[in-house]
Design a protein around this ligand. Sequence first.
Ligand code: CMC
Length: 428
Amino acid sequence: MTDSLSVRDNRTGQEYDVPIENGTVKGADLGKIKSPDGQPLAVYDPGFVNTASCKSSVTFIDGDEGILEYRGYPIEQLAEQSTFLEVAYLLVHGELPTQTQYETWEHDITYHTFVHENVKSFMEGFRYDAHPMGMLMASVGALSTFYPDARDIEDDEIRQLQIVRMIAKMPTLGAWSFRHAQGKPFVYPDNELGYTANFLSMLFKMSEDRFGADERLVKALDVLFILHADHEQNCSTNAVRSIGSSQVDPYSAVAGGVGALYGPLHGGANEAVLRMLRRIKDKKNVPDFIEGVKNGDERLMGFGHRVYKNYDPRAKIIKKACDDVFEVTGVNPLLEIAMELEKIALEDEYFVSRKLYPNVDFYSGLIYEAFQFPPEMFTVLFAIGRTPGWLAQWLELVQDKEQKIARPKQIYTGDRTLDFVPSSKRWS
Ligand code: CMC
């Protein structure tokens, strides 16, 4: 058996052998198949449903088996035994750090948590009710104006500096977006604290000398960041890569990623889960709600996934994190409804036959609410977690000799060769 595809083009009677490599055929090879008038064959694939856009060694997903690995390490082990900063190092550098490498990484990221004072005044200029994701997107993009050296994407030392800066500054920008909406003063980073504890301090500190978050909450948020750190070629990562393919600086590329994540089909589902649970209101209303879902009246938010058809491994870990958080904050009353929904759905033929299981968003909203985050902040938390993944993918892209500027084809369906009539004649 040879690794190729034999194709007969019935339009011309021509036969072709198209090589298969890594289970894919190259779009350029299909382009060698020509119509009778010489037009190359192309693939029509809105949403890249069956098109690989890159080769990547960052994240592996097996949706049927419910496997997620960063650089080959299972998400379960990373969530239990690692820290977000170590996972960030792993994603960016491709391997786990030595002790010295980790200490330097942690030191550098801590050192860069502050932002230029002009960023602060810039953020203060937003309207009182600005959405924190809009503020985050704009302020990450604005960082490109503070670091013009970032445009030199060929220089590895400069690239690494921007990566450190961005991972370091995202919590500062995210926390300040939150404080702005609350009309509270911005809190400067406390570099005596770890990455996640410092983020909580910038969010919630008031007049106390030092904000000391409960260690269990710090750990739970750190785990949530780990779970969101990368997810291969999703919508926002694809946006980062697509923008980065123009060789723009990484701040502009990541700002585009934040924009993509902002959309309700991507980062916003956990908010929808929370709204759904509030609407159901009581455990006794769950059977009626499930009937409504089965009748096609609505969707069970937080269930189902394009890739995971067995279970979402992140959902299992989050469920465990829920227990740890509720031990500190008290149980979110919506948890009872969520667990009843899960129990009924997992036994129901409708959900079983369609392979619908809880996804990462089913329980994460409950945890965020227990932290007293308003729903608008949920996606900001996702963005902070996803930043090392975006940057690892960006780094891979700019070093990949096979990559080109992203420029999909289209199937043109509009008019042709119309004669222009000036407005003076059209409007008289
Ligand atoms: N509730 C009820 N029915 C569903 C659901 C759901 N949540 N998800 C899928 N289905 C049904 C759907 O109606 C269809 O049924 P039928 O074959 O009878 O028409 C079948 O299952 C296949 O659904 P699909 O829409 O073709 O599947 P998809 O792969 O295009 O959609 C999804 C994946 C995540 C958009 C979808 O499952 C969904 O809308 N879920 C709810 C929203 C949600 O929780 N999104 C968060 C995703 S995880 C975050 C991330 O990793 O980015």
